[in-house]
Design a protein around this ligand. Sequence first.
Ligand SMILES: [Zn+2]
Ligand SMILES: [Zn+2]
Length: 324
Amino acid sequence: MLPIYRIELPTPYMVGPVNAYLIASPPYTLVDPGPETDQAKEMLRQALEEHGVPLEKVERVLLTHFHSDHSGLARWVHVNSGARVYAHPYDLAKLVPGYDFLGQRLPLIKGSGIPPSLLAEILQDKDPLPAPWVPEEAAAGLADGDEIHFAGGTLRVLHLPGHATGHLCFYDPGGRTLLAGDFLLPHITPNPLLEPDPGHPARRAPSLRQYLQSLERVESLEVERVLPGHGQEMSGCRQFVVLGREHHRARLQAVLEALEGNGRLTAFELTLKLFPNLKGFEVLLGLSEVMAHLDYLEESGKVGVLEDGGVAKYFLAAAGPEGS
Ligand SMILES: [Zn+2]
Ligand SMILES: [Zn+2]
């Protein structure tokens, strides 16, 4: 069983603090070093010191995914310690200088019916954290099934897309422990986020289908404790898998109900029905959530979509033979 310590660090985001984890078995490894703020740097440096592994002694950084609250300090840790930074290649490709987060995503909501004024609001809503990036010479890729060795044990790499196309979890079979990043969280269900499909960049990744498939994979693992990217350690895993599945089932149902009796609706109109009070960047998150569910429903034949003047309009697919 690997010695793993949770280090909670503040973020400026609504989600609240994020968890970095120190694996205090050589080679000393940090999982998700946290957001790039002066406060997080200071707190991380101090916590590492307290656990007997000064920042300069960190040898590896593992990233669950590229989001700035998790990966922001990777470069700083590398610069101070020489540690290599490991992540899935899909997410390493987003951890480069000048990566255009919105530029990559806005084409995917073309046709959603979002009014230009709201689009402008999204563009003006500045991220409070700098865009994270990792120097090319420090970056190393990890693939599903890879093993990461320590003096005291091994972590197995699981590629579990859905929240991010390159999302990784790290499983310690010796301690029956899952370092889950944003794949499983104690109080909220991670948003299946809008991203280009790495295989077909002009298309949206089928994030909800991937997330539900990822849940299935994790369900078959022996996991006694989940160490999430936000919040406290979770004991057991299956009940969270079940909750995640139920959450999305209910939301799929809510989308179908919103379409019922309403003819044809755009993804934006559906977003307003489900989440009426969003502002700025949150609109993109709401739209992302709705579009992920619409894509899933369309793929499973429950909704149809028609192109109408450059806008995609969704409707309930023909009722069954009983007309129900
Ligand atoms: Zn995330
Ligand atoms: Zn997160």
